[in-house]
Design a binder for this molecule. Structure first.
Ligand SMILES: [Zn+2]
Length: 172
């Protein structure tokens, strides 16, 4: 295997790593792997944390380093890239389907759109209650039970149609 396809395989393996908090989606689905290059032969992987201070970031870094180690890249490095800031708009279409199948309502699009370069401060949806949708029956008549669900990134909602509570991945 030549070097370029070796690196491509490595990158794909990194993107396929599960998110520590929501293992049903991968790092690639989340859109947090932002770069892969070599410096003096050493692999450097850039990731953008989903939420600053999210404890999952260290787990993700360790997972990537362990993967590199196993692939024989003993001097690999993970660097954190904070700008542009991650937005839930970076979650792939496939990732949204996986979240929904898992019972988590995927985030509605942020008002800022996908172009983060123009974002000055994190915009939040004006009325997230109107944007959450039941992952089971697709009803939009839902109520928020709590600002925080099973993790800080999610809020707890209940569907008014089927009465099932569900986690809503907050747009960010
Ligand atoms: Zn429902």
């Amino acid at each position: 295997m030549d070097k370029a396809s070796h690196d491509q395989t490595l990158l794909e393996a990194i993107e396929a790593l599960p998110d520590p908090e929501i293992p049903v989606i991968s790092l690639g689905d989340l859109g947090i792997v932002r770069g892969f290059h070599r410096e003096a032969g050493r692999v450097v992987v850039s990731i953008t944390p989903t939420y600053s201070g999210c404890p999952a970031t260290e787990v993700i870094r360790d997972d990537i380093l362990a993967l590199l180690e196993k692939a024989g890249e003993h001097e690999g490095r993970v660097q954190l890239r904070y700008a542009p800031a991650w937005t839930s708009d970076w979650i792939s279409a496939q990732g949204r389907l996986k979240l929904k199948a898992y019972g988590i309502a995927p985030p509605a699009a942020c008002l800022s759109g996908a172009n983060e370069a123009s974002r000055v401060f994190p915009l939040r949806p004006l009325n997230p209650i109107m944007q959450a949708q039941c992952p089971r029956c697709d009803a939009t008549s839902v109520e928020r039970l709590s600002e925080f669900g099973s993790t800080a990134c999610k809020a707890l909602y209940r569907c008014l149609a089927c009465r099932e509570p569900f986690d809503y991945f907050k747009p960010y």
